[in-house]
Design a protein around this ligand. Structure first.
Ligand code: NAD
Ligand code: GLY
Length: 368
């Protein structure tokens, strides 16, 4: 990760990945100020968005692309639509409107739109460029950066996808003004994740600034997004395709994905499921002897202060978790691997935990 040149009023970072490197522009008014047209390589572009975001931001984005032939796909809104059927809607629009290999796809929306558009770009005619314009806090701090693209399968979350990096990530913090509170809080779970896995000083800052963040104080927000993107870009630059260290970005996700799949993607938000999952991972770390109970309390208290759940849904049993967790993408050669914490700010991926520890924390968490 390195700094790039930046217009006034904004911050630009660079994700360093050799010939797949790209900038992240962060700040107020970025959709209109960044000069998004510089990232369009041909004469055509397809903007993918959804029924909620289109009335809010689609025209503003189109206005920045005079002279480009724009087509649009407006998807149904919801995690339950992140599947192969709806992905096909994007391919149909591309083929019907004769988009060739020089077209550019633009994802305007949250992580659902971003993950689907990225996967469409990775596979349409074996790969066309795409740009991320994330409009949720979660997408701005996590899903738009790093090139993970995917759709869900009814049997498992994000099971079908590709690593495929965007040309640029354009984070317009003004879009957060219309984001519902629950979605905003879900994004904070991924922000807190960076403090827990790699950045103890940021965790301290979050404890002190949770109130300002919840009030959407613009300075605090830009700082939290910047610091999250710096942390993510560093991990991704070190391990683009998750051969090793990148897996720490999945703290709590094996538990969280089990919750989302159990609810068939119609219940808790991704960030909410991850919040509960991070507490379960922290509890497991206590049993593994690498984290103090006091640090788990700090993690739990910060999540609670941000209005996030710290226990699984009441109707989920330990067996439900076990049945779904064995299908996780971090299972290798039949062995479940989990991200554990060595205190706040240091994470490791481990397969050497006792199954009985996992059973114990699941039994304790699933008391509903
Ligand atoms: P989302 O995309 O479903 O967006 C949340 C809701 O907010 C939706 O209803 C959306 O229409 C609405 N919305 C978006 N922007 C808005 C705005 N500015 N104003 C008003 N409403 C707005 O959910 P999300 O939390 O952004 O993303 C979750 C998804 O991201 C999950 O599918 C998850 O698996 C994925 N994800 C991917 C990665 C990755 O590395 N690729 C990382 C984390 C999460
Ligand atoms: N959100 C996990 C990753 O990008 O690797």
């Amino acid at each position: 990760m390195s700094a790039a040149s930046t217009p006034a009023n904004s911050i630009s970072l660079n994700v360093d990945l050799g010939d797949r490197s790209y900038p992240i522009h962060i700040g107020s008014g970025q959709i209109s100020q960044v000069g998004i047209a510089q990232y369009i390589q041909g004469q055509k572009a397809l903007i993918v968005t959804n029924t909620t975001i289109a009335p809010l931001y689609l025209q503003a984005l189109i206005d920045q692309l005079p002279g480009v032939q724009i087509d649009t796909v407006i998807l149904n809104d919801g995690e339950q639509y992140k599947n192969l059927d709806n992905l096909n809607t994007i391919f149909t629009a591309l083929i019907e409107n004769q988009h060739d290999r020089k077209t550019t796809l633009i994802a305007l929306g949250g992580g659902v739109v971003g993950d689907m558009t990225g996967f469409a770009a990775a596979s349409y005619q074996r790969g066309v460029p795409f740009i991320q314009v994330p409009t949720t806090l979660l997408a701005q701090v996590d899903s738009s950066v790093g090139g993970k693209t995917a759709v869900n399968h009814s049997l498992g979350k994000n099971m079908i996808g590709a690593f495929y990096q965007p040309q640029a990530v354009i984070i317009d913090t003004d879009t957060l003004s219309t984001l519902p509170d629950r979605e905003f809080r879900a994004g904070l779970a991924e922000v807190i994740k960076y403090g827990l896995i790699v950045d103890a000083a940021f965790f301290d800052w979050l404890e002190q600034n949770a109130e300002a963040l919840l009030a959407r104080d613009s300075k605090a927000l830009v700082y939290a997004i910047e610091r999250s993107c710096i942390n993510k870009a560093q991990v991704v630059s070190a391990d683009e395709t998750e051969q090793g260290v990148r897996a720490i970005l999945n703290l709590g996700h094996t538990f969280g994905h089990a919750i989302e799949t159990f609810q068939q993607y119609r219940g808790w938000l991704h960030g909410e499921a991850v919040a509960a999952g991070m507490v379960m991972a922290a509890e497991l770390s206590v049993l593994a002897g690498t984290m103090s109970a006091a640090d788990v309390t700090r993690a739990r208290d910060l999540l609670i202060a941000c209005g996030l759940p710290t226990q699984p849904p009441e109707n989920m049993k330990a067996d439900d978790f076990m049945a779904l967790m064995v299908r996780d993408k971090k299972v290798l050669d039949g062995q479940l691997r989990l991200v554990l914490l060595n205190g706040i700010g240091v994470a490791t991926v481990r397969a050497d935990f006792e199954l009985s520890w996992l059973q114990q924390i699941l039994a304790e968490a699933c008391t509903g």
